[in-house]
Design a protein around this ligand. Sequence first.
Ligand code: HAM
Length: 425
Amino acid sequence: MGKYTRPKGTQDLLPATQRYWEYLRATVRREALQYGFERIDLPLFEETALFTRGVGEATDIVEKEMYSFEDKGGRKITLRPEFTAGVVRAYIENGMRVQPKPVKLYSVGPIFRYERPQAGRYRQFHQFNAEVLGVQEPLADLEVMLLAWDIYAALDFQGLAFQLNSTGCPQCRPAYIQTLTAYYHQHAAEICDTCRRRLTTNPLRVLDCKETRCQPVIAGAPKIAEQLCTECETHFTALRGYLDELEKPYTLNHRLVRGLDYYTKTVFEVWAEGIGAQAAVCGGGRYDGLIELLGGPPTPAVGFAAGLERIIMVMQHQETPVPELPTPPVFIAHLGAAASRVAVQLLVDLRAAGIGAQIAMSGSLRSQLRTADRKGGRFALIIGEREMEHGEVTVKDMAQGWSQTSIPLEAVVAWVQARLKRVSE
Ligand code: HAM
């Protein structure tokens, strides 16, 4: 091992895994486009205040997980710990409010969170993110939930089910928080320190505490879905109605509150059988107050994000059939200075004709042919002394058990082209 190692919680995505990544990116892109989502690419870093305000001061992300620094101009900068706040900033900044509603945007790219690394949890990871902006109706919630579902279904994930909750709105949530805190104060002796602290900073989060001692308290806690205002209740009922109609399985999960402060009404996750028990593979929800909070006009919105590393882990685990990445069909082997010049010209001519080709860069003919075999191309073209004398190229066709023919040099490009064409027809 060399002197330098990759930073903790990061990964090198080596060539051997790239076919999974290509396949996954192609799948999410195809599904997003089929749903009418448009792609938006955003900076990897934003003003820190966008996230502290957008995601929320009392969230784990803002309290502990942001990669923040001061740039050389003294600006406070943060590597994006999620997409949503950036999408909203771009929506406001680029005047997208004038576009016909809904505005449907998707993104794919790296995300940074200073978390404790473990299997499937990284400090630099990738998300697929989708947002529907400008629509209050539960059809928008349904749209993002269906997109999430279809992505996992397209990847052949097993045991798919939604976890669903409503976290209410500024109308009904304060009363619920009061009930919840009152209940928790009665159980103050039984809960962990973090929950005790959260009761004042971010009370909803006590519901997703993982400490064993807190579980019985959570089990008996009042449920927000039973205290919704009429508007939230109607919204939630309509969304569930759609899901029932479509026979999409969902579990009402009163503990599902999610770790970002902007959510209102719907929150959901997709759970799937991955590596072992069912676990969340993506999460999202509605955030009707965020655009206004960040300085835009009041605009309802809903979205979700999926972690790509976790999807890849499941794909590899369940041995999802993924096509090999294409390799150039031609490999040129050559021997001697004069032959190498002819070989280079042939290489250039093949590429100009749209045929993928590689050339041996060192070694004996024997070792070059071994390389050709390993590279997995279809044709090995050999230019040695004998071929130079006769103005020919020896062609080995792997598809024919490395059968060998001699072709006049000037006819080789057309010869290869004709054979490749036959394959693709
Ligand atoms: P999130 O639940 O924080 O939501 O992240 C979404 C997904 O990102 C998770 O379900 C998980 O698959 C993946 N993920 C999170 N942290 C890590 C990590 N450290 N390593 C690997 N994967 C990870 C959001 O980010 C919201 N912005 C989603 C959203 C969009 N809500 C509305 N619109």
